[in-house]
Design a protein around this ligand. Structure first.
Ligand code: HAM
Length: 431
């Protein structure tokens, strides 16, 4: 019997994993400069946490969660997203007493039982960040988006498009939703099955529909921008002004409503090229009522985003931004030194030399068993080693090693001090 990874779940292998590391490391660096610290969250939580925050009627909760009954009969779910967990942790640890805004970032796997396709998996990864605190100042929204765009710029992600919208708050949205529902009821028979159902459950989500036959109908529906209350309208206008102050280019998209129930006011999404139909590389927005909904202080507001790491990596690969980024410190894959040894005494010397080379930061491949000379050097080549360092009886007796540059076969005999400076110069030819 041959085992296979489960449908929609995959392995991330070298050298691709090096690009993942670079993306995650760059996110840590950029987010760090904005004052965000990392939170590590559990992979599973009580099912109710997601049902309450993401929403019982959403696709995520109603049909995509991996839920199971624990031995004590509580219902547990693999996390489909992490905002709910961040808010749960914020409340559980009384973080509202911390000074200023609480700024947290996280990364890791999420689980949704969606139909797998390019850029859509059942175990996928997110890099996310959340700001929780007493202020809902539009400058926070703009700074969170600025941080995101800074990361994409640092990663040389080309063609990213930022879409923004405001979906109002509990003062103005209910009336708009009713208006929308009333209009949708009139055209009910022309709608697809999903949208028909959503007239009852969540009319806003109809705006998200990609169904061809519905596009003409949706264009004629009432738009939320014309139904925002004074406070929401001002907030949205100020978010746009603040984005302008930061030189951030955006598109307004009145149909951007997002698929999770906790959002209010600002919503945003970023699309990237090379992803086909699953082109949203990041989604986020403001969720001011969520902390209160989960039993925390009513005064705490929140905003954040999550990047789909799988999609970000895919887009970078499609643009050729993954080239020559493998191996430690961004060098091409393959060891700096293949340490070929011949004879028991040489093995002992080679073990010591390998340790000193690795301590100095060189990538060293040390054969675990003795091989014939030709076979050993052949392997050095196939591994993509830059140098072979040869330790045999002759070398041992003379207190030297032979170093061979594998690109052109040039070789010389050197003492250990010389070997280190030779390898250093080879690594940084400019120095
Ligand atoms: P979301 O829009 O559900 O938002 O997911 C964010 C991103 O995760 C998406 O834009 C996409 O790139 C990626 N993603 C989602 N599902 C999949 C999948 N099945 N396969 C691959 N990638 C996927 C959230 O999760 C919110 N928690 C974001 C947030 C944080 N809002 C405020 N704070």
């Amino acid at each position: 019997m041959k085992f296979q990874a489960i449908k929609g779940v995959r392995d991330i292998l070298p050298p691709e994993s090096a690009l993942w590391n670079r993306v995650e490391q760059t996110a840590r660096e950029v987010f760090g400069t904005f004052g965000f610290a990392e939170i590590r969250l559990p992979i599973f939580e009580q099912t109710d946490l997601f049902a309450r925050s993401v929403g019982q009627e959403t696709d995520i909760v109603s049909k995509e969660m991996y839920s199971f009954e624990d031995r004590d009969e509580t219902s547990i779910s693999l996390r489909p997203e992490a905002t709910a967990s961040v808010v749960r942790a914020y409340i559980q640890h009384g973080m509202q007493t911390l000074p200023g805004n609480v700024k947290l970032h996280y990364m890791g796997p999420m689980f949704r039982r969606e139909r797998p396709q390019k850029g859509r998996y059942r175990q996928f990864y997110q890099i996310g960040a959340e700001v929780l605190g007493a202020s809902d100042a539009p400058g926070i929204d703009a700074e969170v988006i600025e941080m995101l765009m800074t990361l994409f710029e640092r990663l040389k992600l080309k063609g990213a498009v930022l879409n923004i919208n405001s979906i109002g708050d509990k003062n103005c949205r209910p009336a708009y939703v009713e208006k929308l529902r009333a209009e949708l009821v009139k055209v009910r028979e022309q709608l697809g099955e999903d949208s028909k159902r959503r007239i009852e459950t969540n009319p806003l989500r109809v705006l998200d529909s990609k169904l061809e036959q519905e596009q003409g109908i949706i264009e004629k529906l009432p738009r939320i921008a014309e139904h925002l209350c004074e406070n929401c309208r001002e907030h949205y206008a100020e978010v746009k002004r603040q984005l302008g102050l930061r030189g951030i280019v955006y598109q307004e998209n009145w149909r951007l409503v997002r698929g999770l129930d906790y959002y209010m006011r600002t919503t945003f999404e970023i699309t990237a090229p090379g992803l086909g139909s699953q082109n949203a590389v990041c989604g986020g927005g403001r969720y001011d009522g969520l902390v209160e909904l989960l039993g925390g202080p009513a005064t705490t507001k929140g905003i954040g985003f999550a990047i789909g790491t799988d999609r970000l990596v895919l887009s970078l690969q499609e643009a050729g931004e993954d080239a020559a980024q493998d191996g430690p410190a961004g060098k091409a894959a393959g060891p700096d030194v293949y340490l070929a040894w011949f004879g028991a005494a040489a093995q002992s010397a080679a073990i010591g030399l390998a340790k000193r080379l690795r301590d100095a930061g060189f990538v060293v491949e040390l054969p675990a068993v003795e091989m014939k000379f030709g076979k050993s050097l052949g392997l050095a080549d196939r591994l993509g080693s830059r140098h072979a360092v040869i330790v045999g009886d002759d070398e041992l007796a003379a207190g030297i090693v032979t170093v061979k540059r594998l690109s052109d076969g040039a070789q010389q005999k050197v003492g250990e001090q010389e070997l280190f400076s030779y390898l250093r110069t080879a690594q940084n030819p400019g120095i």
